[in-house]
Design a protein around this ligand. Structure first.
Ligand SMILES: NC(=O)c1ccc[n+]([C@@H]2O[C@H](COP(=O)([O-])OP(=O)(O)OC[C@H]3O[C@@H](n4cnc5c(N)ncnc54)[C@H](OP(=O)(O)O)[C@@H]3O)[C@@H](O)[C@H]2O)c1
Length: 236
């Protein structure tokens, strides 16, 4: 059974992953910065899973190291173990470097990259204690295909891909598997570089990304698909 934390699980891709983990019988703690958003999402996820008590939530900013450490300790306390961490929380920024403030730059790098470091470092001992597990990091195709007016976002996601691959090599012999998933455009509240469209039907859905995550988790223990790229089958 998966005992999981999904960061940024209050909406979008993270919510879809939490739903899929619950549907598979797992226990899931979701997080987000907004406490009301966390409570609302926990209510909806619990109702969707038959008033399940297998879901919980916690208002945690992944940039807050102490809050991240407490989040992992609480998940272990609630579920008895932690064997799955989905590092999904992330923010976008699509502006030219000249218009990017120090605060913008820090927000993107500290959320998308440093936050994953904090969560992963906190989770590794718990995953070891559980006998092994998974860390699945939601990066982006922007971490490989760079584009204008997205320097902070592209740098954060390229850094996340590098971090994920290095960590994968570091912990694989401890029975901890690390995968990085690199989605293209997904229809969520996140305003990507292509902006919002009247017709978003060409985009991936959170359920599509959740399906990739659940596929990864189903792999036998000898197998580690360490990087997955997924994009809409057609452009808009
Ligand atoms: N949508 C796309 O086209 C797309 C494509 C490729 C990759 N991605 C990546 O997929 C991930 C999820 O994106 P999404 O589209 O689902 O975005 P979304 O709908 O905007 O959801 C983002 C989630 O992250 C949380 N979050 C943001 N900053 C946080 C922080 N500092 N600490 C904790 N939680 C935080 C949000 O909750 P709060 O606001 O309450 O904190 C929310 O739950 C991101 O890493 C994004 O870069 C998205």
């Amino acid at each position: 059974m998966h005992t999981a934390i999904v960061t940024g699980g209050t909406k979008g891709i993270g919510y879809g992953i939490a739903e899929a983990l619950l549907a598979a019988g797992g226990c899931v703690m979701i997080t987000g910065r907004n406490a009301a958003g966390v409570a609302d999402a926990v209510g909806r996820l619990g109702a969707g899973a038959g008033k399940s008590t297998r879901v919980s939530g916690r208002a945690v900013d992944v940039r807050d190291r102490a809050a991240v450490d407490a989040m992992v300790a609480e998940a272990v306390r609630q579920f008895g173990s932690l064997n799955t961490l989905v590092n999904n929380a992330g923010v976008g920024l699509f502006t030219a470097v000249e218009q990017t403030t120090d605060e913008d730059w820090a927000r993107v790098i500290e959320t998308n990259l440093t936050g994953v470091f904090y969560c992963s470092r906190a989770a590794i001992p718990a995953l070891r204690q559980a006998g092994g597990g998974w860390m699945i990091n939601i990066a982006s195709l922007a971490g490989r295909n760079y584009f204008a007016n997205a320097s902070a976002y592209c740098a954060s996601k390229a850094g996340l891909v590098a971090f994920s691959e290095a960590l994968m090599l570091e912990v694989r012999n401890d029975n901890i598997r690390v995968s990085v998933v690199m989605p293209g455009s997904v229809a969520t509240d996140f305003t990507g570089p292509s902006g919002k469209h009247d017709d978003e039907s060409w985009k991936l859905t959170p359920a599509d990304i959740a399906e990739v995550v659940m596929d990864l988790l189903r792999h036998p223990s000898r197998s580690l698909p360490s990087k997955v790229e997924i994009r809409p089958a057609r452009t808009k």
